[in-house]
Ligand binder design. Structure first.
Ligand code: ZN
Length: 217
């Protein structure tokens, strides 16, 4: 895994942080409470995959869902980053899909167990290439969309986030030292649904500035 670099950057991937329930409509569609502070989980690096990947439905699950998300790549080491300094720590912005074994996650939730298994299977974290944040006028106004077999399933905008991108990075850095190559999945808008073998998924960022296409094996 040490040979690979994050597409569009020279950085090797490091930790993969993810935020749960960061859009009110998505929290509601899964009957989850709206959080008062960011809900954080991690994925292993072995879950990482890239444009053109074949996503593997694991034998342990019969209900794998797509969650399209804006993903941030971190450029340099930082701790206690203030919100107005965050832009100095962003290497690039891309789009990813937080694949989730919903059946396993549901059982974990019921018993208060962690989500590592539900979120961490091989190929469950595909990401696009990353582009410079200056391509966007405002990190608080970025469209993120996902279609399955040509039909739009998820359509969101970072303005709908409960916790903004700047706040999330600042908050994460108050807990974890962030490093170059860290990736941050910033939560999914509503419209998650089950994927099936043969499905073709296309995620887009902004006005199709960035595209990520994957298929389900
Ligand atoms: Zn997610």
């Amino acid at each position: 895994m040490n040979e690979i670099t994050i597409p569009g950057t020279d950085l090797a991937p490091k930790s993969i942080y993810c935020i749960g329930r960061n859009y009110i409509e998505h929290a509601k569609e899964l009957n989850n409470p709206v959080p008062s502070s960011p809900l954080i989980f991690l994925k292993p690096q072995s879950a990482l995959s890239f444009d053109g990947a074949e996503i593997i439905i694991p034998e342990q699950s019969t209900d794998v869902h797509h969650e399209v998300e804006i993903v941030i790549a971190i450029s340099k080491k930082g701790k206690y980053i203030s919100e107005n300094e965050v832009h100095n720590f962003i290497e690039g912005i891309g789009v990813g899909i937080d694949f989730t074994a919903r059946d396993i996650q549901q059982k974990a939730k019921e018993s208060g167990h962690p989500w590592s298994v539900a979120k961490g299977f091989d190929t469950f974290a595909p990401v696009s290439r990353f582009i410079n944040a200056t391509e966007f006028e405002d990190l608080g106004n970025i469209n993120v969309d996902l279609s399955v077999n040509g039909v739009t399933k998820q359509s969101g905008n970072s303005s709908q986030m409960i916790f903004s991108i700047n706040y999330l990075i600042s908050y994460l850095s108050s807990i974890f030292t962030l490093y170059p190559g860290d990736l941050i999945f910033t939560g999914t808008p509503s419209g998650v649904s089950q994927v099936r073998s043969g499905d073709q998924l296309t995620a887009t960022l902004g006005e199709k500035l960035v595209t990520l296409s994957v298929s389900v094996k």
